[in-house]
Design a protein around this ligand. Sequence first.
Ligand SMILES: Cc1cc2nc3c(=O)[nH]c(=O)nc-3n(C[C@H](O)[C@H](O)[C@H](O)COP(=O)(O)OP(=O)(O)OC[C@H]3O[C@@H](n4cnc5c(N)ncnc54)[C@H](O)[C@@H]3O)c2cc1C
Length: 512
Amino acid sequence: MNSVLVIGGGIAGLYTALELRRSDTHVTVLAKGTLAESSTWHAQGGIAAVLPGPHAGVGSPTGHGQDSVESHVADTIAAGAGHCDEPAVRILCSEAAAHIERLGALGTLFDRTADGSLAVGREAAHAASRILHIGGDATGEGIAAPLIRAARKDPGISVQEHSFAADLATRNGEVTGVVVLRHGEQQMVPADAVVLASGGAGGIFQHSTNPSVATGDGVAAAWRAGAAVADLEFFQFHPTALNVPGHPLISEAVRGEGAVLLDAAGRRFMTDYHPGGELAPRDVVSRSIALHLARTGGQEVFLDATSLGSDYLARRFPTLTAVTGQAGFDWTRDLLPVVPAAHYWMGGVWTDTHGRTSLPGLYAVGEVARTGVHGANRLASNSLLEGLVFGARAAAALAAGPAEWPTVEADAVELADGPMQAVRGDVQRVMSEHVSLVREDSGLRIAAKQLAEWRSAEGSRAEREDANLLLCSRLMAAAAFRRRESRGAHYRVDFPAMTEGPGSPTILRSAS
Ligand SMILES: Cc1cc2nc3c(=O)[nH]c(=O)nc-3n(C[C@H](O)[C@H](O)[C@H](O)COP(=O)(O)OP(=O)(O)OC[C@H]3O[C@@H](n4cnc5c(N)ncnc54)[C@H](O)[C@@H]3O)c2cc1C
């Protein structure tokens, strides 16, 4: 392989590029903003990995003790609500340690305990302490910055910022390059292979924790080029994003430490919905807040952390103390207005376990890909890991050269534009009302009808992003309509039960 074009400069794109350099391939990395504009940069809690030797931990304060890849596999599959591809999960968990070591070699400074060993924390739904972190809750920046430095330093990697990948170019059913929009000019950039690493699509919804670059461009471009997409109905919402522009996350750890959720009347309501109260699983808390707001007519609920005390809050949550302060709240005295916010898309471009999509020459890694590791609900701290493990596997497959290309059965879907110009805010409103945490047949029909009335435009970057959000919204609504059960992050009021047995993926491709 002589030249590979990677779309995206988050963990998945940069790590794939650096791994590709092992085989001396020339790599171009495109990012539509700067390299720091990514979900990766904003990741907080950490990255999950079972490490060999004394670092493996089961809940002891230092984390030392016993953990196993098997346990990480089991936790991932349990979180995924019977919908994970087990072989992919095994790969994710068993190959994790090698990539953590490589990150260290690239200059990532994971937090360490007083005795110098790697510090591992525990997160909800993990049976053991296996979450590596940096700067406490600044893991994303701590990983992204050394990757960016390494990529910039490598003469075989050309980093092109402010370069918007508008579409994939194909010939005879194979990807041959990318149509790039740069400083208002459109140009075709040829490549021997293209790796999509363009992240998620939180911009579909009114409230999202994602940065503004997350507009589903990768899924949309892959769809237009004819690639299959899978499990788009599964979108994870974080229960407690501060209800201010940008929706910064208020970590689950705050509830873990004793903060409670109150409604506008000042009443604690979570136990009405789940015996676990505020500590119920992430999807349950998000859904309960949405149901409670629908019942009580409010716009937001409130997180009360005042009982934790000012000293403790400042010491335990320095970043959040700063973030809430910047937003004008003194959380030692004030209630924080919070809403559930779109956080992570489990679905994406269908791939095999080597990052190969159904379209020859096109690979997908990171959040844009649906590898099957997250099933219907992502286990916390597994997504950064996915970018590493499957980025490296895609790079290895590219270096190995031609191989039999995978195929997948997919339902053909016909989508057509309507007469009205789409406005991003309108799309977000329809999706937030009918295709978010709580769904039902009638709402999904309303959404599909409304989304079909809009048309997308080609032109500026903003117009193309709007078009991509509209396309991803239509696809998500179509997938949600097909799944007549509730599973993981997908909840249907009209089909509240999960069907027996493992779930089957919703795999779609364009009929045209
Ligand atoms: C606030 C927050 C906290 C999180 N915390 C954690 C955590 O603690 N642990 C964890 O595992 N996960 C966490 N996640 C999820 C995780 O950060 C992401 O899933 C992961 O970083 C995705 O990496 P990526 O490389 O696939 O995409 P990203 O990091 O989002 O990078 C996408 C890249 O693609 C570029 N791009 C997009 N479209 C185009 C285009 N059309 N043309 C050119 N470039 C394009 C962007 O500019 C960007 O460079 C968190 C997410 C958020 C938002």
